[in-house]
Design a protein around this ligand. Sequence first.
Ligand code: DHB
Length: 402
Amino acid sequence: MADAAVDTVASVPVAVIGAGPAGLMLAHLLGRAGVETIVVDTRTRREIETTQRAGILEADAARDLVETGVSDRILRDGCEHEGVELRFGGRPHHIDFKQLVGASVWLYPQTDVFIDLADALDRDGGAVHFGVKDTEVLGVTTDAPRVRYTAPDGSRHEIRARYVVGADGSRSMCRDLVPEDRRVRYGKEYPFAWFGILAEAPMSAPELVYAHSEHGFALISQRTETVQRMYFQCSPEESVDAWPDNRIWETLQARVAGQDGFRLKEGPVLEKTVLRFRSFVQEPMRWGSMTLAGDAAHTVPPTGARGLNLALHDVKVLADVLLKALGGAGEAALDEYQPRALQRVWRAQNFSYWMTQLLHTAPGSTPFDLRRQLGELDNVVGTRAGRTYLAEQYTGWPTRPH
Ligand code: DHB
């Protein structure tokens, strides 16, 4: 296959595998600096646009989207959140990010980040090919790597590049190009998953609600005035077919119930998905001329919404080192990438793991486990150090002063 004839050959400095937020933001940042890219993705644009993902952006990431000229739609359609609510023991506890650490986050769905990026690349003449097949990445240990793919019309194409970036998500094929004896994979599986819904209903609360209960975890998030996003902890083997709307609402109501009489506003469930998750990191994040970015290199559990933010941080660093490498510093400039990206990756791994174990009920957990969790939650909300820790981790670790 590798030497089979192709219909077209294109040469660009950087080829990008994966047109999610990481791949597209990288292409956007490089394009602004005058470096051409070609991005390919096996999914269609519509598939990516309609897959529900997380909704929280760190303030720095939101600012980067605006300041680098992707779009300022986030300022109109997004919603700045200055805190979150932790519910446990049937009571609400407000964590005020602004007051504690002077920071906030933006509720702006990942699908909108994707749409803004795809539109910006269209506007600026970027090359993004969706719905491709048979992607092959060749020669990553040489200084002339190539990417081959089949377009939706069946034609075969080759991209000749100086660098290849694997931004191909949690089922990355690029990361498998690092030989087994030269890579380390760190990971952790969890004995639960999230049941995610989109529902047509008014907002139930002004902020996100992260709820711990003896029945398990629930998260109440938002999308618009009339569409809400909610999740509850379930078994990884759960099937959406076993969940009619009334069972979903009963489960969610039981998990947020409390002395304050809090009730969710219900409505028709528009979409249901079981989201399996794990913690994962592969090192190294670079192999020869190839670097990995975003979920391809690391995935986190969704609790705390770090995944998209980490991916955007990766490509910010990556754009910087690629520009240095292409600007004359050569491949050695890429050595900076992993250490600069990985510090945040492991901080986020810890935070996502910590927040997951703080709020979920593991199967077979004992009354001791439950009481201990309540003790930990009380330490989080009841001490200034605890509240500040959560606020600082949740809002990200600023690369610029607030
Ligand atoms: C959302 C998802 C998360 O995982 C999270 O921690 C917060 C919000 C969301 O989809 O809105």
